[in-house]
Design a protein around this ligand. Structure first.
Ligand code: ZN
Length: 190
């Protein structure tokens, strides 16, 4: 089932997700719906907050983007990131490794708004997967950016919080318009 993606201005985007300790049938169904929703919107990542659920669950698939490479290492061994997709992360913990990189980012909760964001180039990730099994990996490039962007969502942090002040002030009119539109929609629903 394709779910509605909530937009900037919705309070759920600012909620820290509660941890998921067991992959119940409800969680499984949510994962399936989130993938369907993400692929439909042509995104490469979607966090539970974006479909209105404040839980620590995100789905990622970077295969849709071919011009921005990713790297992946599991237990010190290089792997093909494509074979690791689609990726489900529950309760992810992300540790930066190495230098920062600047790259373009967008977000399904901010339609048509893009900015360059500075983030660690590589990260070490620990999480549970869709089977509830603990996984650990190190990634770089686009996958590292996606993992960090989505993990931020799970903690109520948005990519506008990571923008430099110049980009943020340039985008201010669009951001305010989007926020106002979302709040007006919420009022109508009440
Ligand atoms: Zn996002």
């Amino acid at each position: 089932m394709i779910l509605k993606v909530v937009k900037y201005g919705h309070p759920v985007l600012r909620k820290k997700g509660t941890r998921i300790e067991t992959v119940t049938p409800t969680v499984k169904a949510l994962i399936a719906d989130m993938f369907e929703t993400m692929y439909d919107a042509r995104g490469i990542g979607l966090a539970a907050q974006q479909i209105g659920e404040a839980v620590q669950l995100t789905v990622i698939d970077v295969r849709g983007v071919t011009d921005r490479p990713s790297t992946l290492e599991i237990e010190g061994e290089e792997k093909d990131p494509g074979e690791f997709m689609p990726l489900v992360l529950l309760n992810p913990e992300v540790k930066p490794v190495g230098d920062h990189a600047i790259g373009p980012e967008g977000c399904l909760s901010f339609p048509e708004i893009f900015a360059d964001i500075k983030r660690p180039e590589s990260v070490e990730v620990t999480a549970l997967n869709e089977k509830g099994k603990k996984i650990t990996f190190r990634c770089g490039g686009l996958l590292a950016r996606a993992v960090q962007h989505e993990t931020d969502h799970l903690n109520g942090i948005l990519f506008i919080d990571r923008m430099d002040s110049e980009s943020k002030s340039e985008l201010k009119p669009e951001l305010e318009a989007l926020q106002a539109e979302t709040k007006a929609d919420l009022k109508k629903q009440r």
